[in-house]
Design a protein around this ligand. Structure first.
Ligand SMILES: [Fe+2]
Length: 170
């Protein structure tokens, strides 16, 4: 392989978390005067990051074959050898839900989402969507952990499944 894998520090609020990230897409230099919240999921704002995708071409093929998305935007791999991901929210727009799926490849990543009472709900499966306005984070693990986040625009049938599920919880 000619190019090398680009591994970056994953930052939250401009601070290093100790977690590493591998971008499979990079932000295009499109001028966008609208609302930042709509960018993550839209394919026109993201391009395949060739130097990294050389190592993950099968991952990209798999994602392209998902029937969950109309289009995909940011695709990111996060891995950690021991660090926690600090608790945070991704945004606080009251009228907007990010459309993405989060996948973990092992059970080492102790990912949780907090409810409005502050109770942590640990993910017990391999793939989730959650309301990223809720506090979420990862607890420390003695084992390396890895996850992939894929942002996009959901197929309407998949969006309906999620919205129906949300309504049962309200
Ligand atoms: Fe987050």
């Amino acid at each position: 392989m000619n190019s090398s894998l680009e591994i970056e520090n994953f930052k939250l609020n401009h601070r290093d978390t100790g977690v590493h990230k591998i971008q499979l897409t990079r932000r295009n230099n499109l001028t966008y005067c609208g609302d930042e919240r709509y960018i993550r999921g839209k394919s026109k704002y993201w391009s395949i990051c060739n130097e990294n995708v050389n190592y993950f071409s099968e991952t990209i093929s798999l994602i392209n074959n998902f029937s969950l998305f109309l289009e995909t935007g940011r695709i990111l791999i996060l891995y950690s050898t021991k660090h926690e991901t600090p608790e945070h929210v991704d945004h606080s727009y009251s009228d907007f839900l990010q459309e993405f799926i989060w996948i973990r490849l092992d059970n080492n990543k102790r990912f949780y989402v907090k409810d409005f009472l502050g109770v942590k709900h640990f993910v017990e499966c391999s793939c989730v969507w959650f309301d990223s306005r809720s506090l979420h984070g990862t607890e420390n693990s003695i084992f390396p952990s890895l996850s992939i986040r894929i942002d996009g625009i959901f197929e309407s049938s998949f969006r309906e499944v999620i919205y129906k599920y949300i309504q049962t919880k309200l």
